[in-house]
Design a protein around this ligand. Structure first.
Ligand code: SF4
Length: 255
């Protein structure tokens, strides 16, 4: 299993925002979505790419090679409650590699997080639960038309999978990108609040739109997606948070 090869576009050691404690985050290339706000456009295609700057995005690595990097910070994981996070792209799009990497980490007693949009068949997502300690689960839009327009896919599968994971008792941290004039609308905030009321043990991170990473589109020679939005003011993000708290989602916080 550990000679399975995946296409990895980055490995970040010492990550502090991709799950509990100090983590090593492994970013896999390839994603079935095309979110209009995507900050990692280099993650979207499955093949390695070379930017105009000469930077290479993506290289083939085996599970054994990735684990050799992950293992280096084992003492920090033990001291902080951290571990391995697999992100992307959509990491489950490289299903066999993602699954083998999660199993290898768990086999060594390393805590695991999986950052996913949930756009895969339920039996395959369910099968990953054995080796995922925390799902970092994207909740991108509520209304079907908005979801389709902003991400390129229908919301039915990711929304249903979220409920299935929660019903199965998985530990989920909900990650909610909030894009002014796009998805940050009352119906979406209401739906997030409803999930917070239904699952009060679930952490909810509100992730306001930002423009970090916009230069990557130029380097890749791709136009930025047309998106009428803006970076929200601090008062606007505080109002979103107040709305959720007032609606009973006390666990919501700015991520
Ligand atoms: S799911 Fe993530 S990586 Fe894929 S397009 Fe959306 S923001 Fe980008």
């Amino acid at each position: 299993m550990n000679d399975i090869t995946g296409i990895v576009f980055d490995i970040q050691r010492g990550a502090l925002h991709d799950g509990p404690g100090v983590r090593t985050t492994v970013f896999l290339k390839g994603c079935p979505l095309r979110c209009a706000w995507c900050h990692n456009p280099e993650s979207q295609t499955f093949e390695p790419e070379t930017g105009r700057s000469g930077r290479i995005y993506g290289r083939a690595l085996t599970v054994t090679e990735v684990m050799a990097v992950v293992r280096r910070d084992a003492r920090f994981y033990a001291a902080s409650g951290g571990g391995l996070t697999i992100s992307g792209g959509e990491p489950t799009a490289q299903y066999d590699f993602c699954s083998a990497l999660l199993a290898a980490a768990h086999g060594e007693g390393i805590h695991t997080c999986l950052d996913t949009c949930g756009a895969l068949d339920w039996p395959r997502l369910d099968a990953l639960c054995a080796h995922v300690d925390v799902f970092l689960y994207d909740y991108k839009a509520t209304a079907a038309g908005t979801h389709r327009a902003l991400t390129g896919i229908e919301p039915g599968l990711p929304h249903a999978n979220l409920r299935r994971l929660l019903a199965a008792g998985a530990t989920v941290r909900l990650r909610c990108p909030l894009i002014p004039d796009a998805n940050a609308a009352p119906d979406h905030l209401d739906a997030i609040a409803a999930l917070g009321r239904d699952y009060p043990a679930m952490a909810i991170d509100l992730m306001p739109y930002h423009e970090i990473g916009a230069g990557k589109y130029d380097d890749l020679g791709r136009p930025r997606p047309a998106l009428e939005t803006r970076v929200p003011a601090a008062g606007e993000t505080a109002a979103w948070l107040d709305t959720l708290h007032s609606a009973g989602a006390a666990q919501a916080a700015l991520g």
